[in-house]
Design a protein around this ligand. Structure first.
Ligand code: ADP
Ligand code: ZN
Ligand code: ZN
Length: 728
C-alpha cells in the first residue's frame, strides 16, 4: 500500500502521511489532486504532493484519507514544483502554500467543475433519427439538424441560429433532445493593430524576441510614459500567436479598469481577471478559464502568480518595484520573485517592467542575470516634467498649501489644464489633542494615534481598523477644547472647495474610492480633460495616465524624507518619480513642485539633480558598503503575542540555540520590539538575521524554523519567518 505525502493547511511545516482512501483507484492518485482527510477532529482538504512506499510512522498508526476529490491533477508539474520551491524558500507550511494555487471553493473541498454554458444535446432517441426528420415542422427540423451536426450546442448559439426556447421544449417533450452543460471551447485569439514602435521600443522588441521563448528574465527600465505597456502588448501578441497564454501581474485593483480597457481594445481574446474584489464564483470561473486554457490572457494582482495555466508562454510583472507584490502577513512571499522562479520552471520568458526598478532587480540586471533594457524617452511627443522645490519655511500655509503652489495651481487651471496634488495621508488630521490638558486620542490596541475623519464623524486607527465616534470633550479633563493637529486629504479638500470652488475637485483615496467602478468612472471623467484639481494619496500615483495634468504638487515632501527603514530612501525616490510621472503626459510640458521645510536634505537634492537611474546606482553603492540587500540577505523571525515578554523570550531562546549551530557569516540582531510594538492588541518582537549570501541565508532559514518548531512556545504565541522582508 503506498503512503501518501499530503500538504495540509496547518501551521506545521511538514508533509503528512496518510493511506489512500479505501476502494480508491490508485492510478488516479496524481500529485496536485485534492483529498478529503480526517485531521484531528476536523475534516480538511489536503493536497497530494507525492507517494512513498514507507513512512517514518508506524504503518498501523496511519489514517486513511476519506475521499479523493479530483480524478486528475489540477496543477501542472511546473506549478507543483513552484509550490514545493516556495514552501522551502519561504520556509512556510506546505499546506498553506499549495492552497495559494486554488480558489476558495476548491479549498473548501467543493467539486472541480469546468466552465460551461447551458446548452442542448440530442437524447439517445434523438440520435436515432435520420437526417431530414421532422419535415412537417420546419423549425424543429432546423433545430434537429443543428444538434445532429455537433454533439452539444450552447443555448446562445441556438438562439443566434433563430431557434426559440419553445422549439427546444417541443423537441424535449418528444423525448428527442435534452439540456446539458457545454464546456467552453478554446478559440484562437485575434490581435488588433499595434502602434508603430518608437526606435527605443523597436530595439527592445528585437532584443527580447531574439532571446527566444525559453526562460530568460528581462528588466525593462523605462521612464514613465515611455511606452512599456505597448511593449508588453506586442510581446503578448507574439505569445498568443504561438497559441500560448500570457500572465500579467499588476500592483493594485485601482489599475485594472484602465489596463483592462487597453487590453480588450487590442485583443479579441478571453481575458481572465483575478483580484481581491471578485466574488467566489467570479474568482473560480477566472481561475478555471486560466487552468483549462480557454483564457488567453490572465491579468491579476499578487496572488495570481500561483494561477494554474494550461499553456503559459510569457509572464509580465508591471511596476515590479511595487510593495504590494510582497505579502505582509501569513505566507510572506514576493510575487515578483515567485514570478521569476515560475518562468524558470515553466521555461518561458519573464518581463519585469518599471520606471523605478527595485534595487534588487536593478542589481540582478547589472550583474547580468537579467537582460537590461532601458527607455529614456517618452513615447509620442511628451517630455519629462521639470522638478522644483518650494521652501515653505516661514511661508503662510493654508491647509498645507503655500502661496507659491497656489499661484502655480491657479495659473495652470486658468490655462485649462489639470492639477494633481499629492498628500499621502487620508482623513482630516492624523492627531486629535486636548488643548487644555494635552491628552491625545490613541488607539487602545496599537501604539498609534487615531486619525480624525470628519466626514464619517469618526476616529479611526489606520493600523487595526478600529473606529469610534468623534469625541466632543476630553475624556481626561472634560474640556471642549479638542483640536486637530496635522493634515490629511479631507482637510485640504475642504479648504479647496471653499477657496477654489469654481474648479471641480476630485479626492482619490481609499476612503473616497470604494470599489473598482468608482475609480473607473473617475478616470473617465478626468480624461475628458476639463480643468480640475485631483487630490489624492498613493492611490492616484499608480500607473494612471492623465493626459491633461500638467502640474503636480507634492504637499508634504518631508513625510517621504524621514524614515527609519533602510529602504526609506529608495521608496521616496520611487514614489516621487512615479508622482512626477503623472505630469505632462500629453502636449504640455509638466511641472512638479515639492513643498519642503528641508530644501537642503541630501535625498531631496539627489532627486532634484538626477534621474532615478543615477539615484538608484548611488543607493546600490551605499547598500553594498553596508552589506544590505541586495548586497546581503535578511531574514526576520517575528513573534506576536498578547504578552510582550513571552514573544521576546521565545526569540531570546531561539537566538541562543541557533548561535551554537550556525556557521560564521550569519549575524543576528535582537530580539527587539517591532517598530510599532503593539498592533491590534498584540505585542510584536523581531530577531533580525543578516547573512552575506543566499546560501547562508537559506541555511539560516531552515535552521531557525527547525529550532523554532522544536521549541516550546507559550499559549497564543505566533511566530513566523519573513524571508527577504520588505518592512523592518
Ligand atoms: P508606460 O507603460 O511606459 O507608462 P505607455 O505604454 O502607457 O507607457 O505609453 C504612454 C503613452 O504613449 C500612451 O498614451 C501610449 O498610447 C503612447 N504610446 C506608447 N507607445 C507609442 C508609440 N509607439 N507610438 C505612439 N504612441 C505611443
Ligand atoms: Zn483634556
Ligand atoms: Zn489600532
Amino acid at each position: 500500500m503506498p503512503v501518501l505525502k499530503l500538504a495540509i493547511p496547518t501551521p506545521l511545516r511538514t508533509l503528512f502521511d496518510y493511506l489512500p482512501p479505501l476502494d480508491c483507484d490508485l492510478t488516479k492518485l496524481q500529485p496536485g489532486a485534492r483529498l478529503r482527510v480526517p485531521f484531528g477532529r476536523r475534516e480538511v482538504t489536503a493536497y497530494l504532493v507525492g507517494q512513498s512506499t514507507e513512512s517514518d510512522l508506524d504503518a498501523s498508526s496511519l489514517k486513511a484519507a476519506d475521499a479523493l476529490l479530483d480524478s486528475q491533477s489540477l496543477l501542472s508539474t511546473p506549478l507543483l514544483g513552484l509550490c514545493t520551491w516556495a514552501a522551502d524558500y519561504y520556509q512556510h507550511p506546505p499546506g498553506e502554500v499549495y492552497q495559494a494555487a486554488f480558489p476558495k471553493t476548491l479549498r473548501q473541498g467543493q467539486p472541480h467543475r469546468y466552465n460551461s454554458e447551458p446548452g442542448w444535446q440530442l437524447s439517445t432517441r434523438g440520435k436515432g433519427l435520420p437526417a431530414g426528420a421532422l419535415a412537417r415542422s420546419p423549425k424543429q427540423a432546423l433545430a434537429l439538424g443543428i444538434l445532429q451536426e455537433q454533439p452539444q450546442v450552447t443555448l446562445r448559439e441556438l438562439k443566434e441560429a433563430g431557434i426559440s426556447p419553445a422549439v427546444l421544449k417541443a423537441l424535449a417533450d418528444k423525448g428527442l433532445a435534452e439540456r446539458c452543460d457545454v464546456r467552453l471551447a478554446t478559440t484562437a485569439a485575434k490581435t488588433g493593430a499595434a502602434l508603430q514602435p518608437s526606435a527605443e521600443q523597436a530595439e527592445i522588441l528585437t532584443s527580447i524576441r531574439s532571446a527566444g521563448t525559453n526562460f530568460h528574465c528581462h528588466l525593462i527600465e523605462g521612464v514613465t510614459g515611455s511606452g512599456k505597456t505597448e511593449v508588453y502588448l506586442q510581446l503578448i501578441a507574439d505569445c498568443l500567436a504561438a497559441n500560448q497564454q500570457a500572465l500579467l501581474l499588476i500592483p493594485e485593483i485601482g489599475l485594472t479598469p484602465q489596463t483592462l480597457a487597453r487590453f480588450s481594445k487590442r485583443f479579441q481574446a478571453e481575458i481572465a481577471v483575478l483580484h481581491s474584489g471578485l466574488s467566489d464564483a467570479q474568482r473560480y470561473s477566472a481561475w478555471e478559464a486560466a487552468r483549462s486554457g480557454s483564457a488567453h490572457i490572465v491579468i491579476g494582482t499578487r496572488s495570481a502568480v500561483f494561477t494554474p495555466m494550461a499553456r503559459p508562454g510569457l509572464i509580465v510583472v508591471d511596476e515590479e518595484h511595487d510593495q504590494s507584490f510582497k505579502q505582509q502577513d501569513g505566507f510572506r512571499y514576493s510575487a515578483r520573485d515567485v514570478a521569476v522562479k515560475r518562468g524558470q520552471l515553466e521555461n518561458c520568458p519573464v518581463i519585469l517592467g518599471s520606471a523605478t526598478p527595485s534595487l534588487e532587480s536593478l542589481h540582478n540586471a547589472l550583474q547580468g542575470r537579467y537582460a537590461h533594457h532601458r527607455m529614456l524617452q517618452r513615447a509620442g511627443h511628451s517630455q519629462l516634467p521639470t522638478i522644483e522645490a518650494i521652501d515653505v519655511r516661514k511661508a503662510p500655509l493654508q491647509a498645507g498649501l503655500s502661496p507659491a503652489l497656489l499661484q502655480a495651481m491657479e495659473r495652470c487651471l486658468q490655462s485649462s489644464q489639470q492639477v494633481l496634488l499629492f498628500l499621502n495621508r487620508r482623513g482630516y488630521a492624523p492627531t486629535l489633542q486636548c488643548h487644555d490638558c494635552g491628552w491625545i486620542a490613541e488607539c487602545k490596541d496599537c501604539d498609534a494615534r487615531l486619525t480624525l475623519h470628519r466626514r464619517q464623524r469618526r476616529l479611526r486607527c489606520h493600523h487595526c481598523g478600529t473606529a469610534g465616534p468623534l469625541l466632543h470633550s476630553c475624556p481626561q479633563c472634560q474640556s471642549k477644547q479638542l483640536v486637530s493637529l496635522g493634515l490629511g486629504t479631507e482637510q485640504t479638500e475642504d479648504w479647496l472647495r471653499q477657496h477654489l470652488g469654481q474648479w471641480p475637485l476630485y479626492r482619490v483615496d481609499s476612503d473616497s474610492m470604494q470599489g473598482r467602478e468608482s475609480m473607473h468612472t473617475l478616470v473617465e471623467q478626468i480624461n475628458r480633460g476639463e480643468p480640475c484639481i485631483l487630490l489624492g494619496t498613493q492611490m492616484l500615483t499608480k500607473g494612471h495616465h492623465f493626459p491633461a495634468v500638467s502640474l503636480v504638487g507634492v504637499i508634504d515632501m518631508d513625510a517621504m524624507l524621514f524614515s527609519t527603514d533602510f529602504r526609506g530612501e529608495e521608496r521616496a525616490s520611487q514614489l516621487l518619480t512615479q508622482v512626477s510621472g503623472r505630469a505632462g503626459r500629453a502636449k504640455h510640458r509638466g511641472r512638479v513642485l515639492l513643498q519642503t521645510h528641508h530644501p537642503d536634505h541630501s535625498v531631496l537634492q539627489a532627486m532634484l539633480s538626477q534621474p532615478y537611474h543615477q539615484q538608484a546606482l548611488a543607493m546600490l553603492e551605499r547598500r553594498r558598503l553596508a552589506s544590505l540587500p541586495p548586497a546581503g540577505q535578511l531574514l526576520i523571525a517575528r513573534t506576536d503575542c498578547a504578552d510582550a515578554d513571552h514573544g521576546e523570550q521565545f526569540l531570546v531562546d531561539l537566538r541562543a540555540s541557533a548561535q551554537s549551530q550556525l556557521p560564521a557569516g550569519i549575524d543576528m540582531i535582537g530580539p527587539l520590539p517591532a517598530p510599532m510594538q503593539r498592533r491590534a492588541g498584540r505585542f510584536r518582537s523581531q530577531l533580525l538575521v543578516h547573512t552575506a549570501d543566499r546560501r547562508l541565508s537559506r541555511l539560516a532559514a531552515r535552521t531557525l524554523v527547525h529550532l523554532a518548531q522544536a521549541q516550546p512556545a507559550s499559549r497564543g504565541l505566533n511566530w513566523s519567518l519573513d524571508v527577504d522582508p520588505q518592512d523592518m
